[in-house]
Every structure is written in structure tokens, then in C-alpha cells.
Design a protein around this ligand. Structure first.
Ligand SMILES: [Fe+2]
Length: 240
């Protein structure tokens, strides 16, 4: 989910709280917020966003909403991400086995050059990159198998649940289905930005996933696996 008053998320605190209310109505009890990190040093942005997280938690408590929120980020694959990995100032999405997970994004057109050595470089530092909305990348839409060497190197994929359900158009849906059929999707997540255009909605995507991979795996993708990753932020989920 996005963040109040930050990049292209909800425009106000009340809109952010309403987004959380709708997420809760849609069965979401824990949300990891992933504002963009791109084109700027990380440390200062993490500090600023952390204080906003405290304010959001207070606003949710005032509203009487029993929803837990944590801060991570969606990190553009650029030189600032490289610097942040070297300094250790990263907005972690969570843990994957013994490694730390960072949510990354590429441009919507094509995969970056020399991406496999970059993934290997991260993995050597016990970091698992997870790629946000791979189904949106036009090169992937044209040929999903272009991701094969990246997945083989350990890149995790986070597909937008609404894209799988058809909410992002036929090309994104086709790519999302192809990635799921190949067994490459690590998690299905909400790409919630607002109440209308990109709402906090996962269930239509889970139903679409169940038609391809079965009911049990669909729940693994939307609930069990995300809970294990996010248990770093929400310790109670470790027992779930
Ligand atoms: Fe993104």
C-alpha cells in the first residue's frame, strides 16, 4: 500500500485512514506500506517516513481500527538502491528464510541490462530482491520467459492481485497468468493507491489464482507466504 501525502498515494491523512478502513473491510489486518524510493538517498527518506508511520498508527487508533501497519518501500533499481545496500539503510519488506527481502521495481518498458549479476550481488549479501508488478513490464508481457534467468538467480516476484483479476487490462492479466502458470509468483499483493483507481483489494485476484493453481496455493500466495515475510514487522504473524 502507498502512504498519506507521499508520492502517488492518498492525498491526505483522512484519505489514508479511509484506505485502511476499506482494506480492513477487505480482510486485510496487516499492511506493509511501500512508498517509492527513487532518485534520492534513502536514509533521510526512511527517517521522514518513520515519523509519518507513527502518526498514521495514531490516526488508526483514534478511528478505532485494529489494523497494523509497517513501513517498507518500493525501491527503483538505480544507483541510490546500490548505495543503500552498501550502507545497510534499506526499507526492508521482511525476511525470506535467513535473508532480508527488498521490494524493487524496474521501468515499465524493459528489464535492466546486466540484471542477473546484480541479483547475484544482492544474494551474496543475504538480500532477496522481490520485483513489484512484473506483469506491467512490456518486455515481460511480450515474452514472459524473459524472466527465467532472473527467477533462476533467486529474484522473487510480487504480482498485483488486481492485475491477475483483469483490473490492469488484458496484457498485464495475460502476463500475470503466464507467470503464475510457470510457478514463478512468490506473492500476490494489493497495489493499493486510493479508494477508486487502485483500491486495497486482493480477493478477486485470489479467486483468479485459485482457478490456475488451486485453492490451497492461492491462499499461500495472498496470506501464508506474505505473513511469513512480514513477520519481521508483525511478530504475532510468526505464530500464524
Ligand atoms: Fe511501482
Amino acid at each position: 500500500m502507498r502512504y498519506p501525502g507521499v508520492d502517488n498515494g492518498p492525498a491526505s491523512w483522512s484519505a489514508a485512514v479511509e484506505l485502511c478502513v476499506q482494506a480492513a473491510h477487505n480482510g486485510i489486518a496487516h499492511a506493509v506500506l511501500t512508498p517509492h524510493f527513487r532518485g534520492k538517498p534513502y536514509a533521510e527518506r526512511i527517517a521522514r517516513l518513520s515519523s509519518r508511520l507513527i502518526r498514521l498508527r495514531e490516526a488508526l487508533t483514534d478511528r478505532g481500527l485494529a489494523m497494523e501497519v509497517a513501513l517498507a518501500g518500493e525501491c527503483r533499481f538505480d544507483s541510490f538502491l546500490h548505495q543503500a545496500i552498501q550502507s545497510g539503510d534499506l526499507p526492508w519488506l521482511g525476511r525470506w528464510d535467513d535473508d532480508y527481502v527488498v521490494l524493487i521495481e524496474f521501468s515499465d518498458t524493459r528489464l535492466p541490462a546486466k540484471i542477473v549479476p546484480a541479483i547475484e550481488w544482492m544474494r551474496a549479501r543475504r538480500i532477496r530482491p522481490m520485483l513489484a508488478h512484473p506483469e506491467r513490464i512490456r518486455e515481460v508481457q511480450a515474452m514472459p520467459d524473459v524472466l527465467a534467468p532472473l527467477v533462476a538467480s533467486g529474484l522473487l516476484l510480487q504480482v498485483d492481485a488486481d492485475a491477475l483479476a483483469g483490473g490492469r487490462g488484458p496484457y498485464a492479466q495475460g502476463a500475470a497468468r503466464a507467470l503464475l502458470q510457470r510457478g514463478w509468483v512468490g506473492v500476490l499483493a494489493s497495489n493499493a493507491h486510493d479508494l477508486v483507481r487502485q483500491p486495497p483489494r486482493i480477493e478477486p485476484g485470489r479467486i483468479a489464482a485459485a482457478e490456475i493453481v488451486g485453492e490451497a496455493l492461492s491462499w499461500e500466495l495472498v496470506a501464508h507466504r506474505p505473513a511469513r515475510i512480514a513477520a519481521m514487522h508483525f511478530p504475532a504473524l510468526a505464530q500464524a
